[in-house]
Design a protein around this ligand. Sequence first.
Ligand code: THU
Length: 160
Amino acid sequence: MAEELIGNTEYSTYSFSELEEEVKDLIKKAEQACDTSYSPYSNFQVGAAVLLENGEVVTGSNQENSSFPAGLCAERVALFFIGANYAGKKIKKVAVTAKRKGESEFVPVTPCGGCRQVLLETETRQESNINVIIQSSYNQWVITKSTKVLLPFCFNKHSL
Ligand code: THU
């Protein structure tokens, strides 16, 4: 099977204090984005912050709907906004954070399967790696080398 389908398993883990300032800043922006979540059904507030190659940061949050499948995850809100408004701008890093409504503590979260697929398509399309930054447990942060780390044996355009 071709390497691009298998993906790789390269990632590193850090405590918060070990992270680069740029990454800490991205995490903080993702945390702030949780405040814009519209999640009256799950009460689970997710924030995504995306660092573009020009240094700009674009954020997204989950937007739910009474017709449940019509809602959209924070990551896809941010990625599709970038696709529509920053065409051709490459993405360097994506940080994802979450908290339960009414609580101040952030909880570990990783992108859902659908968002992993969209992250992968974005990376494939821009032909350069995206680092995904997620909290895996208390004070433990994972930075992946590529989106493929989250989606081994993936389906992508090379499968067609
Ligand atoms: N959610 C996200 O925003 N991103 C993910 O990767 C996981 C799930 C949202 C969707 C829904 O609004 C809520 O979290 C509960 O599933």
